[in-house]
Design a protein around this ligand. Structure first.
Ligand code: WTA
Length: 653
């Protein structure tokens, strides 16, 4: 049998993969008792999970609610930085590697918990010396270097709220996020390495700050060291070098006693309408959720080397590079660059070099590895791996099987974890010592999490039937609100199915065993390589161009990225479609949002399919872009429009 045929056979069998016996024997969770406990006493279970943390004062009430607003561990006092660092200093862990960092050019840094304590304390004192106080917002726009988690934990230490902006976002996106949060300080770097090139973060920051009056100071980490990256626009009095400021800071800094419900951070994410919204996470519930899931989902042991390949600019990095692993006293690996630099073996080189035991990555990366060929991982010793995971988008069974065979070498359980920026922590997932996994399914909710698949009226659907994924009970790590816009929080998440049911925006179904299969977004959010982008954002960027009259954007299937952005554009009179115009519009979107939003293709058209009430019918555009027979067109104002578009699309392929 060819490997293709083998895979096809595997899929037809629809096999369940039981946990390997030697893994199960040593796992934290060996049976369903955790799930049962949580089912019988949900709040008691979460209270026990919260006990995993260090509290300066215990809470009075586990959960207080007035749907859709929830408060967890009310009256409790704690500090996230203390939980991620200080509490590990009293044991042998103080000399344990907290962060193992590798830069893209191959430079390395290892920070023990004691090192982390010193650096974070100094950074906290640095922020204080610049006037940062409890509740102030600090925007962090850094590459994947140790100063990024150091800055986050420094904010947490003094009660400042961080807002990390992914380094791939444009100056304009950065400005929007700084202004929404009204940040006082921006922490950035001269640049970061990406595939051998420099990302000019300081230059982007300078551009952004032309429209950000709230910012008083910019702290600049010297990562690259090229004078030209900073010199052209260094603003005396505003711009300060990180290393100069850090030099004389005291290396201890008392922690603020934060209320369980005090904000920890804001993280912007795309929704179905409007600009990205600031998802607000608070301290006690969030840390409880990420610590518990890190422990149980990854079956994390003290001796493990754990590597999550996400960028800290996204929630996966916040929860599963920084807060979860450090709260658990783990060794967490951080890598600055891309998987194909200097060659396509870079990830496997890192696994081999640091003897990584647990690897957490994304389906889009796995599909790239598949395309590059199994000979790349085969060249390295991956025998240290004992558990592998995925997150960010649905994983197709072929990719699951490939990951299982070529990375897990048939012996590592796979945890396919479903969650969102808004949920803060993993919500649907196998527990690797007990759950039988199934390719393409995230399996069942984590203990203490209640999920359901419902129809449009909110009633649960039967096995195999498609519906909407909802969460029927609050969980501690979930967002508390949208920063500065509670109405949007209610409208976005708690209006579709009522005030006490959280709508995820995802479509899903359950199989006969109650396993969840997440199909993807059912709203106007596109998931490109695991990154969320709103159609509205890309459309606004396009119509911002002087040649564009109207634009409609959809996500279409893509072999590697999961989804790719397709744009349909009507040009203004006097402008002609051309390759040059297509290129210019793509660049315009990159300038406005960032490279992650670059449309895969732009189709120029004279008209767009609209309903009689004037709504663009994206469903039809998706049918066209994915080459399907056209669905129902009877509600269209002018059915000829789609037919013409379809012919045109096929002609350009
Ligand atoms: C999708 C990333 C299928 C889903 C942590 C969700 C997934 C969105 C999975 C959140 C998974 C995430 N299987 N789909 N295991 N994990 N998704 O906010 O559509 O960047 O709503 O959070 O990614 O993306 P976000």
């Amino acid at each position: 049998m060819s490997s293709q045929e083998k895979i096809a056979a595997l899929l037809q069998e629809n096999r369940l993969f039981p946990p390997p016996p030697d893994f199960a024997e040593r796992a934290h969770v060996k049976d369903m008792s955790l799930h049962e406990w949580a089912r019988k006493d949900r709040l008691g279970f979460w209270a026990a999970m919260a006990e995993r943390l260090h509290w300066f004062k215990k809470w009075d009430t586990v959960l207080e609610w007035e749907p859709p607003f929830y408060k967890w561990f009310v009256g409790g006092k704690l500090n996230a930085s203390y939980n991620c660092i200080d509490r590990h200093l009293t044991s042998w862990r103080r000399n344990k590697a907290a962060i193992i960092w590798e830069g893209e050019p191959g430079d390395e840094r290892v920070l023990t918990y004691q090192d982390l304590h010193r650096e974070v304390s100094k950074a906290a004192n640095m922020l204080k010396s610049l006037g940062v106080r409890r509740g102030d917002r600090v925007t962090i726009y850094l590459p994947m270097i140790p100063e990024l988690p150091i800055a986050m934990l420094a904010c947490a230490r003094i009660g400042a709220i961080h807002s990390v902006v992914f380094g791939g976002f444009s100056a304009e996106s950065l400005a929007g996020r700084i202004n929404d949060a009204q940040a006082k300080i921006v922490i950035t770097a001269d640049g970061g390495w990406r595939r051998g090139n420099v990302v000019p973060l300081k230059q982007n920051t300078d551009e952004a700050l032309k429209s950000c009056p709230s910012v008083e100071k910019v702290i600049v980490v010297k990562r690259i060291g090229h004078e030209s990256l900073v010199h052209h626009n260094w603003v005396e009095g505003r711009d300060l070098w990180w290393h100069t400021l850090m030099r004389n800071q005291p290396d201890t800094c008392p922690v603020e006693e934060m209320d369980a419900e005090d904000p920890l951070y804001i993280l912007y994410t795309s929704g179905s309408t409007g600009k990205p919204k600031g998802v607000l996470h608070t301290t006690g519930g969030y840390l409880t959720g990420v610590a518990a899931t890190t422990h149980y989902v990854f079956d994390l042991k003290d001796e493990d080397v754990y590597w999550c390949t996400a960028d800290i600019g996204w929630v996966t990095g916040h929860s599963y590079i920084v807060y979860g692993p450090l709260a658990e006293g783990a060794t967490t690996v951080m890598y600055e660059g891309t998987p194909d630099y200097p060659d396509r073996g870079r990830f496997w080189d890192i696994v081999q070099k640091y003897r990584v035991n647990i690897l957490y990555t994304a389906p889009t990366a796995i599909r790239s590895f598949m395309k590059w060929g199994e000979e790349w991982p085969a060249r390295y010793d991956l025998s240290s791996l004992r558990l592998i995971g995925t997150v960010g988008e649905p994983i197709n069974p072929e990719a699951w099987i490939w990951y299982h065979q070529h990375i897990g070498r048939g012996k590592c359980p796979i945890v396919d974890t479903w969650w969102q920026t808004e949920t803060g922590m993993i919500m649907i997932t196998p527990l690797p010592g007990v759950t039988h996994t199934k390719p393409g399914s995230a399996t069942i909710p984590f203990p203490g999490v209640s999920a359901e698949v419902v129809d449009g009226a909110g009633n649960p659907v039967g096995p195999g039937e498609g519906g909407f994924l909802v969460l029927t009970e609050p969980a501690p790590a979930m967002l508390r609100t949208v920063w500065g816009d509670p109405d949007r929080y209610v409208a976005q998440y708690y209006s579709r199915f009522g005030k006490s049911v959280y709508f995820t925006g995802d479509g899903a179904k359950k199989d006969e065993n109650g396993y969840f299969i997440i199909v993807g977004r059912v709203d106007d959010v596109i998931n490109v390589s695991g990154h969320r982008i709103g159609t509205w954002e890309v459309e606004s960027a396009l119509v911002d161009h002087p040649a564009v009259a109207e634009a409609a954007v959809i996500g279409r299937n893509h072999d590697i990225k999961g989804q790719a952005i397709s744009a349909f554009v009507i040009l203004k009179e006097g402008h002609q479609p051309s390759e040059a115009m297509e290129k210019e519009l793509k660049e315009h979107v990159v300038r406005k949002i960032g490279a992650l939003a670059r449309p895969e293709e732009i189709l120029f058209t004279a008209d767009l399919p609209k309903t009689r009430s004037g709504k663009i019918m994206r469903r039809l555009l998706r049918d066209i872009a994915e080459g399907r027979a056209l669905g129902d067109t009877t509600t269209l104002a002018d059915p000829a429009v789609v037919q013409q578009l379809k012919e045109k699309y096929e002609a350009t392929e």
